[in-house]
Design a protein around this ligand. Structure first.
Ligand SMILES: Nc1ncnc2c1ncn2[C@@H]1O[C@H](COP(=O)(O)OP(=O)(O)O)[C@@H](O)[C@H]1O
Ligand SMILES: Nc1nc2c(ncn2[C@H]2C[C@H](O)[C@@H](COP(=O)(O)O)O2)c(=O)[nH]1
Length: 207
């Protein structure tokens, strides 16, 4: 890889993105960009009534991630410094296409492209896949009260949306390296060897 890479960890809710990005940042001495979650004023309302709150929620995530991406470009990418993030801005489109309907979905898609098309995208994506049982168990383990409302049906759709999105990214952006991690089998939290293998692979990709 000729330049300092921009790395993103992705996967459905509860896959372990923040956990893995934080562990890798510490191991490889990289700055880490984390999703803004707790300060989000709409998540609670959204999980209680998705149809009423999806546009506000998706716009909030999009504006926050746009600002974070601008800052990431200024602080790291333009200065040739590697950085790891616990999301790819493309997740806005994955969620928006699932939660929005009709003209709001069309408008949101347009705004997404206007804001992000000219910004740098990650060179490497670590995509954590996991099945419904694993994800539901991890969401419960994390214990955020507003996430108690998350239904298995919504999660199953997101699992499939993520698979489709990664397959489509691989075709549209062939220079992006996508490393798929089987989050059901590979346990980077409990198993030191599993984590070491991921860190080693990433180091190789970065050189
Ligand atoms: N491989 C793993 N084994 C066991 N627990 C995990 C694993 N990965 C994540 N967790 C736990 O699952 C929960 C969700 O992880 P988190 O990193 O917040 O996911 P995400 O950022 O993808 O939503 C946390 O409580 C975390 O400690
Ligand atoms: N509808 C959307 N929900 C989102 C988006 N990004 C995150 N989220 C939700 C999912 C979780 O409840 C919480 C934290 O996300 P993690 O994946 O880090 O667990 O926020 C989004 O763009 N749209």
């Amino acid at each position: 890889m000729k330049h300092a890479p921009f790395i993103a960890v992705e996967g459905p809710i509860g896959a372990g993105k923040t956990t893995l990005a934080t562990m890798l940042a510490s191991e490889l001495e990289l700055p880490v960009i984390r999703e803004i979650v707790e300060e989000n004023p709409y998540l609670d309302k959204f999980y209680q009534n998705m149809d009423d709150w999806s546009f506000q929620l998706e716009m909030f995530f999009l504006c926050n991630r746009y600002k974070q991406l601008e800052d990431t470009v200024n602080q790291y990418i333009d200065r040739g410094k590697p950085v790891i993030s616990d999301y790819h801005i493309y997740k806005n489109l994955i969620f928006g296409e699932r939660t929005l309907k009709g003209t709001k979905r069309d408008k949101y898609r347009e705004i997404y492209h206007v804001l992000t098309d000219d910004l740098p995208k990650p060179d490497i994506i670590l995509y954590i896949r996991a099945n419904l049982d694993t994800l539901m168990a991890r969401i419960a383990k994390r214990g955020r009260p507003f996430e108690e409302e998350i239904s298995p049906a919504y999660m199953q759709q997101l699992i499939e949306d993520y698979d489709d999105a990664m397959a489509s990214l691989a075709v549209r952006e062939p220079s992006t390296v996508i490393v798929t991690i089987d989050g059901n089998q590979v346990d980077f939290v409990e198993n030191k060897e599993d984590f070491a293998a991921i860190a080693e692979h990433l180091k190789e990709l970065m050189t």
